[in-house]
Design a protein around this ligand. Sequence first.
Ligand SMILES: Nc1ncnc2c1ncn2[C@@H]1O[C@H](COP(=O)(O)OP(=O)(O)OP(=O)(O)O)[C@@H](O)[C@H]1O
Length: 258
Amino acid sequence: MKVITVTNQKGGTGKTTTSLFLKDALIEKGKKVLLIDLDQQADASYGTGVEYDPSQTTYELLTQDLNLDDILVHVNDQLDLAPAGNQMAKLDVTLTQDHMLDAQFILSDKLEDYKNNYDYVIIDTPPALSMAVMNALTASDTVVVPTQADLFSLKGLGDLGSTVAAIKRRSNPKLTIAGILIGRYNSRTIFSKAMTTALTEAAQSLQTHVFETKIREAISVKESQNAFQSIFEYDPKSKVTHDISNFVDELLGELENE
Ligand SMILES: Nc1ncnc2c1ncn2[C@@H]1O[C@H](COP(=O)(O)OP(=O)(O)OP(=O)(O)O)[C@@H](O)[C@H]1O
């Protein structure tokens, strides 16, 4: 079982979209996937199109004496969902009030018994360097950092680099950053010198590289999300679907070589 966290503390950089693409591409490859939603906005959970009990979510999993099974939603034979709820916004406060020791290990401990149940676990995270993200990083093999080809999306990635370094030292030495993924890409955009410098610096600060594949901006991305459909079903022949396939092949190639 490989655990992949999708994170960037900046909002709206494509974390949920990337998590859903990853889930779709892995299912397309016949893999068994667990999607864990740690973002209080719960867009990834909503995106699967299933109904779930809003009082049995990843917040309860991380703050109460519950097993993953207690909150899991069986979406289909290849996909289970650990859904999020808006109570996730108070996770850091709750864990501090409860004086939880080693609070970043909770998710990793709770995944321990499920190692043989899934090929891949995909974790969608909130736009913050919160306890939810610490838990995701501690439980993961690798991290994908979605960004957009603008300077603001790259701001603050140095902080993510420091957090990952701290997690590697303290709670998860095997953690790697697979790469920075450029999304909503427009091929007519000329990368400015400033953008190229910022991308290089961002990759250096994360001790990683930028994925060769970029995901283009395409209306079918939003349309497939609105239709609660996998992009592979909604628009199988489109260029963006091809990008997604190439990106996932690039990522899996890296993971297999580790
Ligand atoms: N390749 C793409 N083409 C078109 N639209 C896209 C593409 N990728 C992402 N989007 C759109 O960009 C918006 C932001 O993406 P998304 O919700 O995945 O970001 P996020 O990082 O998860 O946001 P947040 O930080 O709020 O959790 C969404 O409306 C999504 O549909």
